[in-house]
Write a protein that binds this ligand. Structure first.
Ligand code: ASP
Length: 309
């Protein structure tokens, strides 16, 4: 029997039960479940892992609660610059975009870079030109406007502060969305998408679109999508490091995820988490923060979404 599996995340951080109203908690869980189901149903119908992770991430990008696509945070200039990447474990093909403005679903654009261009990583205006050539949907600034994100930005606007994710400045919450999946053909894939940090400037790009840092997939080992303080995940080459520990140190998926999240990232003060899946259908959701928006579902009947630790 096929052991199709999928896991998703919607960001990690100081997410405590009293930081969310019951209503907001319900909304987050509903958004997570919808995204989880979108990917899982694709897998059930025989779609590839790439199609499944794209479907889940599109669902999260279209939900204003998460910092990606529609819910992306504001840059110092009051725009929304988005980053995303996707990778197939079958042949190590990958596509990524950074700093794109107006593109409705950056994850779809990443997949087009992977499948329709000779390149892996396109940025800024060039990536937007490519999106237009490919017929991608664009949205106006209004579409990306969110009251909460706007307030977050106003609280740091004009300063040198940047803020990770979606609540008050004191809280550390990281906002990015991601999915990893195993399909019925035995292939795995990973997808990650983000609006990055509130008030970011100078063309700041985090780990999410960087293959090996915030996103990685290899059928030999595992598929990983990360969320957290991007600068640290880049320095730790976090996603690739998980894969590398499985491949070269013979660690189990869980051992490798724990080593990277609780030791290697922690050692350099990197906060956040990651999700991973391997070709046997093992799923791992690991974070070193108080919470992580997350979900997992598989053919054995596992089907759950969670927020707190
Ligand atoms: N890792 C993302 C970035 O640094 C942010 C996040 O996950 O919250 O852009």
């Amino acid at each position: 029997m096929s052991n199709i599996s999928i896991a998703i995340h919607g960001g990690a951080g100081t997410i405590l039960p009293d930081s969310l109203t019951p209503e907001l908690e319900r909304s987050y869980k509903a958004g997570l479940q919808e995204a989880l189901d979108a990917g899982y149903e694709a897998l059930e119908k025989g779609s590839s892992a790439i199609e499944a992770v794209e479907a889940s991430v599109v669902s999260l990008e279209n939900c204003h609660l998460f910092n990606a696509g529609k819910g992306s945070v504001f840059t110092s200039e009051g725009t929304h610059e988005m980053d995303a990447s996707i990778m197939s474990g079958e042949d190590l093909s990958a596509g990524a975009v950074s700093s794109v403005i107006g593109v409705k679903n950056p994850i779809k654009l990443s997949r087009l870079v992977m499948e329709q261009s000779n390149h892996v990583f396109l940025t800024g205006k060039g990536a937007e030109d490519f999106a237009r050539e490919m017929g991608c949907d664009f949205e106006s600034k209004d579409y990306f406007f969110d009251e909460l994100r706007h307030k977050q930005w106003l609280s740091v606007r004009g300063t040198d502060k940047t803020q990770l994710d979606h609540t008050s400045l004191k809280d550390e919450k990281f906002g990015t969305v991601g999915a990893v999946a195993l399909d019925q053909y035995g292939n795995i894939a990973a997808a990650t998408s983000t609006g990055g940090m509130t008030n970011k400037k100078y063309g700041r790009v985090g780990d999410s679109p960087m293959i090996g840092a915030g996103n990685y997939a290899n059928n030999k080992t595992c598929a990983i999508s990360c969320t957290g303080s991007g600068e640290f995940f880049i320095r730790a080459v976090a996603a690739y490091d998980v894969s590398s520990l499985v491949e070269h140190k013979n660690m189990s998926l869980h051992e490798a995820c724990k080593e990277v999240v609780h030791h290697r990232l922690k050692k350099i003060n990197g906060d956040g988490g990651l999700i991973a899946v391997d070709t046997r259908g093992n799923i791992c959701l690991e974070f070193n923060t108080e919470g992580m928006y997350r979900g997992q579902r598989n053919a054995a009947g596992l089907n759950e979404v969670a927020i707190f630790s």
